[in-house]
Design a protein around this ligand. Sequence first.
Ligand code: AHR
Length: 327
Amino acid sequence: MKRMISLLCAVLLIAALTGCSCGEAPTPNDKKIVVGFSQLGNESDWRAANTTSMINALCEENGYELIFDNAMQKQENQLAAIRNFILQGVDIIVLAPVSETGWDNVLTEAKAANIPVIIVDREVAVEDSSLYLSGVGSDFYAEGKIAVGWLEKKLAETSRKKVNILHIKGSEGATAQIMRTKALEEAAAEHSGWNIKAQLWGEYTEAKGYEVVRDQLKIDKDIDVIYSENDNMTFGAMRALDEAGLTYGKDGDIIIISFDAVHQALEYCYEGKIDLCVECNPLHGPRVDEIIKKYLSGVEIPKQTYVEETYFTQKTLTPGIIGLREY
Ligand code: AHR
């Protein structure tokens, strides 16, 4: 409580002196809100945009001192980073968890040290939800439902009843992977003609996406749909398809569905190379900033907030939309 009151004073002082907007010069002796941010990695364009958004929002001018740690997609690195933040006595911990499970102990330690934890992007599966303050991220299941709903309509339009689906998964146990996979597997169970031919682990990276699809195509080229759980893996898969002499997109044989809708993917979609881009918004920095400021001002905050998201096809895209894309 003492920590909260002194931080609240700092926030009010910063707000009074600077109007609280990033970019304005802070008063030198303002007490900063010290945030330890454990970012899970740097595996994708999405992640790079997320990191930038967080760093920009949790900036000095906005009243923060940010301690940033990149865990390189390894949970043990995140556990070590959080324990370090606790030792350093940070005011708030922000965690972008690589996977859902395995957080109970470390979050109990943070709670015992009276440090509130905010979960960003993916989610944690903990026994006791009081171990974290609030979560903000995407509804990955809703994203998956958008994708399978679109595919259902697309196949109905072309009267295709039987399709072989190549499923490229992200990294095992991540909410984005679990939920996008769940949506596809449920839809495949409901459609007798949807045959998930292979499920490959692409780790959300372009290199791995390329490698696993290249190897799979050596065994089997009979594919109608690629359901790829992020854009970077899609880019890798497209390279593997090119090398194998397979065509895709609007004028090709294979339908490509991709998640994230980063700038490059929208370009490809506009060119007719990717059929569907399901949006996953990485710009969580201002959202986390808002949660922190509300918490410190004693305003009630929701336990979980999902960001509104959409999807893009060649028909719905314009150069204007692509040009305005921030990531
Ligand atoms: O958790 C969000 C996912 O993680 C994005 O889809 C992916 O690109 C990122 O690496």
